[in-house]
Design a protein around this ligand. Structure first.
Ligand code: AMP
Length: 605
């Protein structure tokens, strides 16, 4: 084993620079450390910090420090743990080449060390960004650990963005290396002349699969790159607050903004995500993250999986219902995770072909609201429990997940369903509150809705390069979502604040209206958007995609709302479309829909 080559001095700098952080209410570290000016909070979440002196006990300062070892929480430790204790647990990938690839954590660790060594050889400095444009697969998994473990920052780029947006993001992040699946070669051909900081382009393929005539300078195959290295690589040790991963928000307005995760935030999030009432990751599970590794770290699953020795199944580029179903069956998947649109495809495929699951027990659905009809279909038709989850790029991403509490197990099925449709309870580590227009905290009664604010050690404090100024209000991050919280702490998103429909001084939840439409047997997908109205300010328009081969009229859909919501909340009109525009992360693009139907005349106008 050899010591890591560079970036020794930079590592030391990172060890020395200790930004302040809050541990159980005590602000430690930072520029004030050492001058007896550290602070701690009094009672209550919002009371101002109370001053207590730092350091070991002295006569003037009687506080005692714990006598435990000080180990930085580093991502490399997750993979080392997996290799040591779950070395033969499998990682299975459907490759973009079309075949299946199987290996285990021991192999992944060896290859990640080679990749880390290759990054040293490329001359990358500490904190340099290494971008990926890649599907979920074993090479991408290796980069998650090689890049971060060697002290660089893995910057996952969403390949569904337009090439000019990708180039903009790569330039903004100042990526030094960009690794890509061969599927994305056309994107790389289009962007390389515009990416000024990228010094090497790494194709995630065998050396002989590298196209000779690609015309991309400094193009190298990943296998050739790591094949030249030894796996005798020692992960460097540095400050746990060092940057580890970078992910840009979808940026529906303005330019995308970067969220920069640290080693500490990532490892803490991995602990939180693995908890039984969250993802419940363990060495007895086979987990299929359909949620892409280019979108918020695949909800942290790669890290939690390494922490727990979970078998991982990567779907590659094949996200259609048939491929996902076959993978679930062949790899005996017990838990899957993804956005609702992916599961629509899976459920359609299964009902068309009369299929059943033999091993799948639960599926985590988040990213946008999961319609209750989908939760029911999974449970009633296939015996699969849906775990509704909510989070954001800014939150690493997990905030809440919906699992019943002990006392709710006795409830009748309909009452349980009402709870399970919510986005759920916070993971330990996240604090949340809802506030009214004046910033006052609102009650947790399950009825009052307000702006949802969060804080915690895996929630951002500032966007990359300070873009957009200070995003926090009194230390809380305003999520932009509107929600209720009930007395048991179950949070329910009623809307994105910009999607709420304001009608006659009252609010209509577009998600509620969509959920009802989604329960209609003829509806494949539904979006509810506000249209301007001279009398009521705004009124709801429902945009519907019918299921294939099924007919349904506007009046039938509107009649379906009778008795389910107040009359004034029923949409004024329904329009049928072939498809609803989806964004790069699978969310319905309501901005586009509002634009598309801005001249639509509602009845009576
Ligand atoms: P992103 O940062 O792209 O992951 O988007 C985060 C946003 O997605 C959240 O602020 C919510 O508006 C939305 N979102 C995520 N999960 C859910 C969910 N389960 N229900 C409703 N909205 C969700």
């Amino acid at each position: 084993m050899h010591c890591p080559r560079p970036p020794g001095s930079l590592h030391r700098m990172a060890e020395m620079a200790t930004p302040p952080r809050v541990l159980f209410g005590i602000v430690v570290g930072g520029p004030l450390a050492g001058n007896h000016a550290l602070t701690a909070r009094g009672g209550g979440f919002d009371t101002p910090p109370r001053r207590i002196p730092p350091g070991p006990a002295t006569e003037e300062s009687p506080n005692m420090l714990g006598l435990m070892q000080d180990h930085p929480l580093l991502i490399s430790s997750l993979l080392d743990f997996a290799a040591r204790h779950h070395g033969d647990a499998e990682i299975v990938s459907r490759r973009v080449e079309g075949d299946m690839h199987r290996y285990c954590y021991r192999d992944a660790t060896s290859r990640a060390r080679r990749a880390a060594s290759a990054l040293d050889r490329l001359g990358l400095e500490f904190s340099d960004r290494v971008a990926t444009l890649a599907w979920n697969g074993y090479r991408h998994f290796e980069l998650y650990f090689a890049v971060t473990g060697s002290g660089r920052v893995v910057h996952t780029i969403n390949p569904r963005l337009a090439p000019d947006q990708i180039a903009w993001i790569a330039n903004h992040a100042e990526d030094r290396v960009l690794a890509f699946d061969m599927t994305f070669l056309p994107i790389v051909k289009a962007i390389w002349p515009h990416c000024k900081t990228v010094k090497a382009w790494v194709a995630l393929c065998e050396a002989d699969a590298l196209p000779a005539d690609a015309g991309i300078p400094n193009l190298v195959s990943y296998e050739a790159l790591i094949g030249a290295e030894s796996d005798a690589y020692d992960w460097p040790r540095f400050d746990e607050n060092s940057a580890a991963a970078l992910c840009y928000t979808s940026g529906t307005t303005g330019n995308p903004k970067g969220v920069l995760y640290s080693h500490r935030s990532t490892v803490l999030h991995a602990y939180g995500a693995a908890l039984p009432d969250v993802l419940g990751m363990s060495a007895r599970e086979s987990v299929l993250p359909v949620v892409p590794m280019f979108h918020v770290n695949a909800w942290g699953i790669p890290y939690s999986a390494a922490m727990t020795g979970t078998k991982l199944v990567f779907p590659g580029a094949a996200l259609d219902g048939k491929s996902v179903y076959e993978l679930i069956e062949s790899e005996r998947v017990t838990m899957a995770a993804g956005v609702p649109t992916v599961w629509l495809g899976l459920l359609n495929h299964m009902s068309q072909h009369g299929l059943r699951f033999s091993t799948l027990e639960r599926t985590v659905i988040g990213g946008s609201a999961c319609p209750p009809a989908m939760i029911r279909a999974f449970k009633d038709q296939y015996g699969v429990t849906v775990l509704h989850a909510w989070g954001m790029t800014e939150m690493s991403p997990l905030g809440t997940l919906c699992k019943l509490k002990l006392k709710q197990l006795e409830l009748p099925p309909e009452a349980q369903m009402a709870v399970l449709a919510k986005q759920g309870r916070v993971v330990y580590g996240v604090e949340m509150k809802i506030v009214g227009p004046d910033g006052d905290e609102l009650p947790w009664d399950g009825k009052t809705s307000g702006d949802l604010y969060v804080k915690g050690p895996w929630i951002l404090s500032s966007y990359f390069k300070g873009e957009g100024g200070d995003p926090l209000r009194d230390g809380w991050f305003p999520t932009g979502d509107v929600a209720t919280i009930d007395a048991d702490g179950f949070m329910q998103i009623t809307d994105r604040s910009k999607d709420v429909i304001k009608s006659g001084g009252e609010w209509i939840s577009s998600i509620d209206i969509e959920n009802i439409a989604m329960a209609h047997p003829a509806v494949a997908m539904a979006a509810c958007v506000a249209l301007p109205h001279p009398k009521w300010d705004e009124r709801p328009l429902l945009v519907v995609v019918r299921k294939p081969g099924v007919d349904v009229s506007r009046d039938e859909i509107l009649a379906f709302y009778e008795g389910k919501v107040a009359k004034w909340q029923i949409p004024d009109d329904v329009v049928f479309v072939e498809s609803i525009p989806l964004g790069a992360t699978g969310k319905m693009q309501k901005v586009k829909l509002r634009e598309q139907f801005k001249d639509h005349r509602l009845p009576g106008m």
